[in-house]
Design a protein around this ligand. Structure first.
Ligand code: UD1
Ligand code: UDP
Length: 402
């Protein structure tokens, strides 16, 4: 019996392929899905897209909630569910407060924990805040560490995690992408269809990180405003996170500029298909940093440090920080110089091959001795070979949609 915990937009997107794989293998697993609903509308958008109906929905989100209230409101409820359901394994994903509290509640009930997307580190406890500490605390509790990349595995080894319990699986965010982006996709949002009718190149923006709220976010918004005024032949689309502190800054600095479109958060399918058609992305998001390189779209990361160095090393992602001048000049250089742009615009995929959920579930089957198939770790340089291995070993047809 496996309990899967999620609660925000990104952890649910990345858990969806795991949930679907567990459902597909229902002869082996009894699945219990638990949404903390740390997010509400943004969670519901994801649940609709992936057709997930949680067995439990804690519905904890409050406007402008604090970290302490999320923690307090989640832990007791999870404890009651764990006492009743007695799962054999609890799966958590990423580095949200839902992730950490999910692992802590499991630990209190002495239930083994599997951590999806384990081992991401900046080694700076304030950046990102509080995620760097959430994921470190989760790693301390975790029994099975599903590291998306070799770099993540190495970070766990430095922290003396037993190598036998670390598995390089790739990131499930790429599994989700593989079923979601289509060349002939028609947006469900009318506002997006109207923007595309203008036939201009798109710059996509997202921002929400807690450590960027306030002055850093204002500084990034001034750079974006300057870009819009300098490049009137581009449309800038910014689906604004529902956090009132993000909404206020975005509206006050970027509202009423004709080529800036401040829109509601998009559902996942609209968002990733919009991303695939964008020319440049500016973001402080973790997930978007992993998805963008898949399409070869240059990404400027609005953060001081990143726990995702792989695409920076490959050259598709640049860490620009939050200084207004640096953001503007870096974007200006890319938009005005094709050669510079083409240097960044290479489609690479250091984060996954679309088989991460299958690998993860196979590892869990081995852990419970349901099977004993050797796992070939995710290696971005050997994508084809690995895919063949898994598909042949398991004799599985990869499904094309949910
Ligand atoms: C959370 C995660 C962060 C993740 C982000 C993804 C923590 C500490 N932070 O940050 O790691 O990157 O989600 O987006 O776990 N709100 C709504 N409706 C929604 C969602 C949010 O109104 O569907 C508003 C509420 O006022 C809420 C506020 O946004 O109080 C902040 O939400 P919260 O989950 O506390 O933090 P995020 O910044 O979203
Ligand atoms: N996303 C979405 N709609 C949007 C913006 C983002 O569905 O309007 C998706 C995006 O494709 C990615 C995830 O949300 O998979 C990233 O979430 P977010 O940036 O909120 O969190 P982070 O990844 O930074 O934790």
């Amino acid at each position: 019996k496996i309990a899967v915990i999620f609660g925000t937009r990104p952890d649910t997107i990345k858990m969806a392929p795991i949930i679907k794989e567990l459902e597909r293998q229902s002869e082996h697993f009894k699945l219990i899905t638990i949404a903390t609903a740390q997010h509400r509308q943004m969670l519901d958008q994801v649940l609709d897209v992936f057709k997930i109906k949680p067995d439990y929905d804690l519905n904890i989100m409050k406007p402008s909630q604090t970290l302490a209230t999320i923690t307090k409101n989640t832990i007791e409820e999870l404890d009651i569910i764990f006492e009743k359901e007695k799962p054999d394994l609890v799966l958590v994903q990423g580095d949200t407060t839902t992730t950490f509290v999910g692992s802590l509640a499991a630990f209190y009930r002495q239930i083994p924990v599997g951590h999806i997307e384990a081992g991401l580190r900046t080694n700076d406890k304030s950046n990102p805040f509080p995620e760097e500490i959430n994921r470190r605390l989760t790693s301390t509790i975790t029994d099975l560490h599903f590291a998306p990349t070799q770099t993540a595995k190495e970070a766990l080894l430095v922290e003396n995690v037993n190598p036998k319990n670390i598995f390089v699986t790739g990131n499930t965010v790429i599994d989700a992408l593989s079923y979601s982006v289509k060349n002939d996709y028609i947006f469900s949002s009318d506002s997006l269809n109207q923007i595309f009718d203008q036939d201009k190149k798109i710059i996509l923006v997202t921002m929400h990180r807690r450590e960027n709220l306030g002055e850093p976010m204002k500084s990034a918004c001034y750079a974006i405003k300057n870009l819009a005024l300098s490049y009137k032949d581009y449309n800038i689309i910014f689906p604004v996170h529902l956090n009132p502190k993000v909404q206020d800054v975005a509206q006050s600095i970027l509202g009423n500029i004709p080529n800036i479109f401040l829109i509601e958060p998009l559902d996942y399918l609209d968002f990733v298909n919009l991303m695939s058609k964008s020319y440049l992305i500016l973001t402080d998001s973790g997930g978007v940093q992993e998805e963008g390189p898949h399409f070869g779209i240059p990404i400027l990361v609005l953060r001081e440090v990143t726990e995702r160095p792989e695409a920076v090393e490959y050259g598709t992602v640049k860490l620009v920080g939050l200084d207004e001048h640096t953001i503007f000049t870096t974007a200006d250089n890319l938009l005005s110089n094709d050669e510079e742009y083409m240097k960044m615009a290479a489609a690479i995929n250091p984060y996954g091959d679309g088989l991460s959920a299958k690998r993860t579930i196979q590892i869990i089957k081995n852990y419970f001795q349901i099977s004993n198939i050797p796992i070939v770790e995710f290696d971005p340089l050997a994508i084809k070979e690995i895919s063949n291995h898994i598909v042949l070993t398991e004799n599985l047809e990869y499904e094309n949609n949910f």
